[in-house]
Design a protein. Sequence first.
Length: 379
Amino acid sequence: MPPVVIDIRNAEDPRDVVHRAVQALSEGKIVAFPTETVYGFGARALDPDAVERLIRVKGRAEGNPLALAIRGAQELLDYVPDASPLGERLARRCWPGPVTLVVDASAEESVLGRLPESVRQAVCPEKTVGLRVPGHNVLLDVLRMIAGPVALTSANRSGSPEAKTAAEIVEEFGEEVDLVLDDGPCRYGRPSSVIRVNGDHYEILREGAVPEATLKRLAGTMVLFVCTGNTCRSPMAEGLFRKMAAERLGCAPDALEEHGWTVMSAGVAAMTGGRASDSSVEVMNQVGIDLRSHEAQPVTEALIRYADHIFTMTTAHRQALVMQWPEAAQRTATLCLDGSDISDPIGGPVEQYQRCAEQIEGELDKRLELLGDEPGRFA
C-alpha cells in the first residue's frame, strides 16, 4: 500500500496534520517530515520497534547513529546536564535551525537513560548524541505534543542524495514509509551543519546549510550593554569595552570578532537610528573612540537570546529585561559589581559625561578580569 501523502500547503486545518503525524508516530509508524534543510524520516524514540524499522528503511550501517529531534534549546540540559557554556550558547543561537550538535552523552542523570537500550545504541553508540531542533513549524508542533524525542534521519538510502521533495520519497520508498508530509521543496536543500562540542572547543564534522564562517561567529562570546535610549551610557560602554578588550588581546578593536568576541549595545526605550549624544561623542573622542557612526537600537528578543553577558546600567534596566525575558536572568547583571547604578549624564555638562565614562571604565576593568577567567579568554 502506498504511503498517505498530506499536502501541508493546501490542508484545511494545519492542526489536523500535526495530530495525524503524532498519531502515526505513536502507532510505531515511519513519518517523512519536511524540514528547513532536507526531508527527514522520523520515528518515536521511545518505541524500539519503530526505531529498528527506521534503521532498516534507511539502510543505515551499525554504529552510524541517528539524531534526536528535541523541542528546543531549553531541553539541552535534560540530555546533557553538564553542557559547557559553548554548548549552551550554540543551542540558544542555532535552534530552531539547520544545526545538529553532537554532545557528550555519558552523564548518568541524562534523560537518555530513559530510552530503551536498543534505541540508546542507535542514537549514542559512542557516548555522544546528535541533537537537533528543526526549523519547521509542523515538526516543532509534533515534538511539543508527543512524549519523548523523535529519532530523525535524512530521508534517503544511506549513501544516496538527500530527498528535497516529498515526490522523491514516494518514488524511492513507496510503501516502506507510512505517512509523508508534503510542504514542497525544502528551504535550504542541504543537510544540517554538524558540530561536535567538546567542552569549550568545537569541531565542524559536516559543513551543511550553515557555512563555517557563520558557525565561527555563532560560537563566539557576545556582550550586550543596555541603558535607556542607547545614546549615552551603553554606547560609551560598548566603545570602551572594545578598546579595553582589544588591548588585552593585542589586536585592533575591529578585529575582536576574529578573536571570538562580539560587542553590542541597545536601549530599553531606544528609537532605531538615533545618534550618540554630542557630549558622548566628545568624551569618547578624547580616548580615541569614535561614536559618530553609532546608531541606537532597541533591545529585541534576538539580542537577548544571542547575548552571553548582558550588562545593564541600572537595576531598573535589569528588572525590565528579566521581567520580559526571565530565561535570560542568569546572563543579565548590572555593570557595577556591587549592584549600584551608572548615573545618567543626559542633559548635563561635558564634565558629567566624563565622570560617567570614568565610572564605566572602572567597572569594565573589573568585569574584564572576571571574563578573563573564562577558558581561552584574553590568554
